[in-house]
Design a protein around this ligand. Structure first.
Ligand code: ADP
Ligand code: MG
Length: 333
C-alpha cells in the first residue's frame, strides 16, 4: 500500500464532517471558518511509543488517547473543540494496526463532533502528534494566570486512577481485588477529556488547567502563573472505589497527588462564584470536589490531612528525568 491510498483508506474515509470545514483532507491545506466573535484555540501533543504508551498498546486506545489529551487542553482553556490534524510516524504499514487506529479516530471524532482536517504520514519510530483547534471568545478563555488568593480549588472526577493503572500494567503492584483492573486500565487507556465541563466553567472559574503530570505539579503551574500559594486538604481528594480498595490510604494520596495522566480539570473559583459551581456542572455528568484554597504564599503548596500538616515529596511526571521512559520503569521480574 502506498502513502496516498493509505491516507484515503484510513484517514480521508473518517466520516464525521463539519459545515465549517470548507476544504478538508486532500489539498495542500485545510480551509476552515471561525464563527464570528470567537477566537481560535490551538494545542498540540505528541505520544511516543515507549514514552507515553507501550508499543503493544491497543491501536484504538492510542488513537483515542492522542485525541483525548489534546481535547483536554482545549477544555482547560474553556474552548469548544472543532478540528484536529494528525501527524503519524509509522515504522511500517501494518493494515490491521491502521484499521483499529482509524476506528479509534472515527469513534472519537463522531463522539466529540470534531473533524479530522489534515495531517502528515511519514516513516520512523511510532509516534502520534495531534493538533486540536477549537473556539472560545477571547475574554472568556480560562487561563492559568487568573487565580486569586482566597479562591477555592476544585477538581473534576477522581484522581490517581491512571497512575495506579500504569503500575498495574507494568506489574509493579498486585490488586487485592482483580475486579478493579478493568476500571483502572480504562482510566489509563481511555481518559475522558472534560470538554463540556471546560466550556461550562467559562463564567465561573478564575483559572483552569488539566491534570496531565500530577495534581501538585500542575497546581504549581497555576500558582506560578497567578503568584499564589495553595492549601490542599488530602482528606477531601476525590478517590475512586478502585483506588481506595486497592492500596493503603497514604499510597492513594501519593497516586492522587503525583500520578500523571488523569486529564481531570483543576480550577479555582472566587468566593462569590462558589455557589455557581454545582449548577454550572450539573449537566456534565462528572463529580466535582472542592479540595483546598489559594493563599498569598507565592508558589507554596501546603498539604494538610485532617487539619494537620502532611509531609510529601513531589514526584510529578517530568520528561528527561532518569525514569521517564516506560521501558526503564518496567519491573524486570
Ligand atoms: P503535502 O505533500 O502537500 O504535505 P501530503 O501528501 O502529505 O501532502 O498529504 C495529502 C493530504 O492528506 C493533505 O491534505 C494532508 O493534510 C492529508 N494527510 C496526510 N496524512 C494524513 C493523516 N495522517 N491524517 C489526516 N490527513 C492526512
Ligand atoms: Mg505532507
Amino acid at each position: 500500500m502506498k502513502e496516498f491510498s493509505l491516507i484515503d483508506t484510513y484517514f480521508k474515509s473518517v466520516k464525521y464532517k463539519r459545515k465549517d470545514v470548507l476544504i478538508g483532507i486532500g489539498d495542500d491545506c485545510a480551509i476552515t471558518q471561525i464563527p464570528p466573535g470567537q477566537a481560535l484555540a490551538t494545542t498540540t501533543d505528541t505520544l511516543v511509543s515507549g514514552v507515553h504508551f507501550l508499543a503493544d498498546a491497543p491501536p484504538r486506545a492510542i488513537a483515542q488517547k492522542a485525541i483525548a489529551v489534546n481535547l483536554s487542553d482545549l477544555a482547560a482553556m474553556g474552548a469548544e473543540p472543532a478540528w484536529i490534524s494528525l501527524s503519524l510516524t509509522l515504522p511500517a504499514i501494518d493494515e490491521t494496526w491502521l484499521e483499529e487506529f482509524s476506528r479509534g479516530i472515527q469513534e472519537s471524532t463522531e463522539y466529540y463532533s470534531i473533524e479530522l482536517i489534515g495531517g502528515d504520514t511519514v516513516q520512523g519510530p511510532l509516534a502520534i502528534t495531534i493538533t486540536a483547534q477549537g473556539f472560545v471568545a477571547p475574554e472568556q478563555a480560562l487561563t492559568r494566570s487568573g487565580a486569586k488568593p482566597g479562591d477555592f480549588l476544585y477538581v473534576t472526577g477522581t484522581l490517581g486512577d491512571a497512575g495506579l493503572g500504569l503500575d498495574l500494567l507494568l506489574n509493579n503492584i498486585e490488586l487485592p481485588d482483580p475486579e478493579h483492573s478493568g476500571f483502572l486500565l480504562k482510566r489509563l487507556y481511555y481518559p475522558t477529556p472534560r470538554v463540556f465541563a471546560g466550556t461550562s466553567l467559562r463564567r465561573v472559574a478564575n483559572a483552569c488547567i488539566d491534570i496531565s503530570d500530577g495534581l501538585v505539579a500542575d497546581l504549581k503551574h497555576i500558582l506560578h502563573a497567578s503568584q499564589c500559594g495553595a492549601m490542599l486538604q488530602l482528606d477531601k481528594l476525590p478517590l475512586s472505589e478502585a483506588m481506595v480498595q486497592s492500596v493503603d490510604i497514604h499510597n492513594a494520596y501519593r497516586y492522587a497527588l503525583s500520578g500523571g495522566d488523569d486529564y481531570e480539570l483543576l480550577f479555582s473559583v472566587s468566593e462569590e462564584h462558589k455557589n455557581s459551581v454545582d449548577r454550572a456542572l450539573a449537566c456534565c455528568n462528572v463529580p466535582v470536589t472542592c479540595i483546598g484554597q489559594l493563599n498569598g504564599m507565592s508558589g507554596k503548596v501546603n498539604l494538610r490531612l485532617h487539619n494537620q500538616p502532611y509531609d510529601f515529596i513531589d514526584t510529578g511526571y517530568e520528561h528527561f528525568a532518569p525514569s521517564s521512559l516506560l521501558a526503564t520503569t518496567k519491573d524486570p521480574q
